[in-house]
Structure formats: C-alpha cells, structure tokens
Write a protein that binds this ligand. Structure first.
Ligand SMILES: Cc1ncc(COP(=O)(O)O)c(C=O)c1O
Ligand SMILES: Nc1ccccc1C(=O)C[C@H](N)C(=O)O
Length: 422
C-alpha cells in the first residue's frame, strides 16, 4: 500500500514538512507573463540558476577589473588554484576520492580524452559496447574513436538493447553479450542514468561484468551527477564523465567533470593528450622544463580553465555541500514516488511510465509514454505553464528536482496533464 495520498492538501502538507523546502527560494524560478512560477520539470536538461551564482561570478569580474593578470595569484580566490576549490565538494557529489576527480572541459571532450587513455583497441579486441538508447553525442563519439583507430564503426559498436516490447535494458542480456563477444570488446561505455528512459544502471555490477571479460568500463554520468548516489569509487569503474549544467545547476555549456579511478590516476604510462596544465604545478611556470606529468585526475587537464564558469559551479557545489547527497536523494525518492503515484492514480490506459518503478533504479526523472499522443500534447502542457521535454515518438520526460521542485509542482503538473487528456 502506498503512503501517498491524492488531493492538493496532501501536497501542501508535504511541502510544509519538507526540510529542504527553503532551498527553492534560493533559485530563480522562470515565470509566466503574469509573474506566476512556471512548473519547471527540465532540470535534467538545464538546471535552474541559483540566486547566489551572480555574486560568485561578480567576485571574479571585480578581481579581473581591479587586478588584471595579478588576479591569477592575488584574487580573493586566486585563479591559479581555483579548480581546487571545486574538487572536494564535487568528489562528494559523485562518491569519489578528491584525487580521482577534476572539473575541466566539457562532457563530450572529456569522453574523448578518457577514450584516448582507456580505449586501447587491438585487431582482436576493438569493439565498444554502449546501451541502445545512448545519447547521440556519446554514440557519435565512440563511432569516431573507432574510425580514428581504423575500424568500421558499424561493426565496432555493440548495442545493449532492450528486449522486443520492452524499454529497459536487462542485465541478463548484457551477460549474454559479454559471454559471447566479450573477448572482442575493448570498452563498455554506458550512460549511468539513461537520458531517455531514466533507468539508473547498477554501475558496480556492470563494472564487475565488464572487468570479468577483460573490458575497460566507463560511464557517462550526465544524468546522474547531482541526481543519484553514483558511488563512483566503489563501483570500481575505470573512468566517468559528466556535465554540470543539468542537476548541478551551473549554467548552459558550463564545464564538465571527470573521474579516473585511483588505481589509474597515478599511472604515468597511460596514453594521454597533454598540455601545460597536465604538467607539475610546482614547475609549470618555469616554462623550459621537460614535461613532468601531474599526478591524479588533475593530470588530465590541458588548458588553464575558464574561471567565470568555475565560479558558477562553485556557487552550486557550495549548496550541494550544505544539503548533502543523502538528504537530497531521500527527498528525491519521496517526490518522484509521489509523482509516480499520481500518474498511476490517473488510471489512463494510454499512459505508461517507462522508467523503472524501483526507486533504486532511477533518479528523479520519469519518462512517460502517452500512446496516440503527438507533440501537440507537449505544446498544450507548455501553454498550461509546464516546462517539460518531448522525445519522439511519444514520450514526455519530467524531472522533479528535489532542490527546487515542490510537491505542489508535481500535483499541479498531473492536474494539468489530466485536464489536457480529458
Ligand atoms: C548523456 C549525455 N551525453 C552527452 C551530452 C552532450 O554533452 P555536451 O554537449 O556537454 O558535450 C548530454 C547532454 O547534452 C548527455 O545527456
Ligand atoms: N546541452 C543542451 C543544449 C541544448 C539543448 C539540450 C541540451 C541538453 O543538455 C539535452 C540533455 N542532454 C537531455 O538529455 O535532454
């Protein structure tokens, strides 16, 4: 029996009792023409702006204005070491050790850099396994790596597909693929939380399976970072990459994150593309030294990083440090569980939730399939003040984000959906 209840009063009560409710006020919530808050359900695409972000960026603009180049060492937060201010809180968000984590570049760039180090194809073992509904950028990236190494991308990509008539990938099928083709697969690269179905994969299980068959295992955690407890270190994954503009609320196109497991982070013999920011920090500015590889994930950096973008990430991570992933995921399970309950209460035969019903196998997103619907439904929802996301042919993705979405947001979202489908 579910402990959730229907009706507005219940949603109001849940918001009153929510220990994280006050965080909503610390975000800019987009509004309609009348100034009413929109129901924002697309934190899985672009997270909202923390009100504090402006001050964090302003600090760096001021220091740049007043100090010019001296800001590298004299700014309130000296730019030469700025990225270090992000490492510990980012490590906590993704469940890793600080030595394993670096904020740098953008997501697809980091994925390529990780494949430079970890995709080492041989004539016999060169294939890359991805999930069938991988985000297009990930698919294009692995295909181009295959081509770069002189392999045929059609033959080289192995897809982990859902069974006929099902939407979710099944671990038994992964086992079968690895048992039959494991010795040809160099790399298993899976989206930690699938962007389309919202399925949160068991990273540890996949890593163990891949390793048993001699494959390297990496994850794209774009939809996981700041959304679910990734426990990257314990998963044993070789590497992971993610972005910070979704659940980590750091602004469009902001920098990405990268995890390299401790057992590799000091390995100076791995292939890498390097730049002056991969070089020993102590001697970097002597300029004439022979290259001296910096240890840890920091050693994968190439360039001096964009401070303004890092300032936005710091504003967000300071909030994550204040809340902690435990409290956040606890509320998230409540909120998304409530969302699922209300959808099921609609009792509409045309509606099916694709996302796993087990709270351990999903984050906050629910992907809702609406049979016989088309993009008009999405337009109607938008007209009704709901910002959601439409994926062809018939899926609405909604992600109630525990930091700023309320139980009432979810209540009104479902009320509007009912109204439209009537
Ligand atoms: C799973 C996944 N991979 C890749 C991307 C693309 O990332 P970027 O444009 O930051 O490289 C996204 C989001 O846009 C994503 O969700
Ligand atoms: N970065 C973007 C820029 C423009 C439009 C969308 C995005 C997204 O991030 C989409 C996201 N990956 C998603 O799963 O919807």
């Amino acid at each position: 029996m579910s402990h959730y209840k229907i009706g507005l009063e219940y949603a109001q009560q849940q918001d009153e009792n929510d220990p994280l409710a006050t965080f909503r006020d610390r975000f800019h919530i987009p509004k309609d023409k009348e100034g009413t808050d929109l129901i924002y359900m697309t934190g899985n695409s672009l997270g909202l702006q923390p009100k504090a972000t402006k001050a964090y960026i302003h600090q760096e603009l001021e220091d740049w204005a007043n100090l010019g180049v001296e800001g590298h060492t004299e700014a309130k937060n000296p730019w030469l070491h700025y990225h270090e201010l992000l490492t510990e809180s980012m490590s906590n968000v993704v469940g890793a050790k600080p030595i394993e984590v670096i904020v740098m570049n953008t997501l697809t760039v980091n994925l390529h850099l990780m494949m430079v180090s970890f995709y080492k194809p041989t004539p016999k073992r060169y294939k890359i396994l991805i999930e069938a509904d991988a985000f297009p950028s990930d698919k294009y990236a692995v295909e181009s790596q295959l081509r770069y190494h002189g392999f045929d991308e059609k033959e080289g990509v192995v897809l982990w597909k859902a069974r006929k008539g099902e939407e979710l990938a099944n671990y038994e099928d992964l086992e079968t693929i690895l048992e039959t083709q494991g010795d040809e697969i160099a790399l298993v690269m899976i989206g930690g939380v699938n962007y389309y179905t919202g399925q949160f994969f068991d990273l540890k299980r996949i890593t163990q399976l891949g390793h048993q068959h001699g494959c390297v295992v990496g994850f794209d955690c774009a939809h996981g970072a700041g959304n679910v407890a990734l426990n990257l270190h314990d998963s044993g994954a070789d590497f992971a990459v993610w972005c910070t503009y979704k659940y980590l609320n750091s602004g469009p196109g902001s920098l990405g994150g990268c995890f390299i497991h401790e057992r590799h982070a000091h390995n100076k013999n791995l292939n890498r593309f390097t730049g002056w920011w991969s070089h020993n920090k102590e001697t970097r500015f002597k300029m004439r030294d022979e290259f001296d590889q910096l240890a840890g994930a920091e050693g994968w950096q190439l360039s001096n990083p964009p401070i303004l973008s890092m300032a936005a990430i710091r504003a967000s991570l300071d909030m994550f440090a204040e809340v902690g992933m435990d409290k956040l995921t606890k509320k998230s399970k409540q909120l998304t569980g409530y969302f699922e309950f209300l959808i099921e209460e609609m009792n509409n035969a045309n509606i099916k939730i694709m996302t796993p019903s087990n709270p351990e196998e999903r984050g906050c997103q629910l992907s809702i399939q609406v049979k016989n619907a088309d993009k008009k439904l999405h337009h109607q929802l938008t007209e009704a003040g709901v910002i959601s996301d439409w994926r062809e042919p018939d899926v609405i993705r909604c992600a109630p984000v525990p930091l700023y979405n309320s139980f009432q947001d979810v209540y009104y979202l479902v009320e509007k959906l009912k109204e439209i489908l009537k």
